[in-house]
Unconditional design. Sequence first.
Length: 201
Amino acid sequence: MLIGVTGCSGSGKSSFVRFLQKYLAEYQLTIFTQDNYYIKRELQPRDSNGIQNFDLPESLDLDAYFKDLLDLKKGIAVVQSKYNYNNPNLAQEQLTIKPNPIIITEGLFVFQKLEFNSYYDHKIFIDSIDEVSFSRRLYRDETERGYGFDDVNYRFYHHVLPSYRTYIEPQKGHCDLVIQNSENDIQVLEQAAKEFVRRYF
C-alpha cells in the first residue's frame, strides 16, 4: 500500500505522518520523505533578488524521487542521502530505505507527476491557513534548522506561498482525504490519523 501526504510548508505533514506511524505500529512501515531529493544548494534556482528558492519543483530531483518510490513499491530497496536542510554546516548521511507492506511518503510535490498518481492507494492533503503555516514554519526553522526570522519571513511570502498556490493547492481536489489543520492544535492531526487507520486498517 502506498500513501502520499502533501500540503503547504508548515501545514503539519510530518506531524500527521508521525501519528500514522504511531497508530500503524503493528504493521511493517516504510517512511519515505521527498526532502531527501533536494538538489545541491549551489544548483538551486534563484529569484529576481538572487535568493535561492527551495520551494519549486525544480528544486528537487523529482525524476530520481519517483523512480525510487516506484522501486520501493516493487519491493526494491533504495539508497539516498539524508536531507541536511541545505545547511553546509550539517553533514549528510547515506540511508538505505527498505520496502515494506505499507509505504508512506510525504512532501510538497509527491503528486506533481500526474501520470504517477495512479500508483497511490491513498492521497492525503493537509490544509491550513497561511498565518498558521507561517508560525509553524518559523518555529521549526528557527529551532531545528538555524534560520533567522528575516530569512524565514522572506522565503515564506516570496517562495513558499507562490509555489503553494501554483503547484500544490491545485492537487487538493484530486486527493481522497483533505484534513483541515488551521487551529494549530496537534490533537486535530492525531485524531485524523486515528480515524484514517480505523477506517482503512
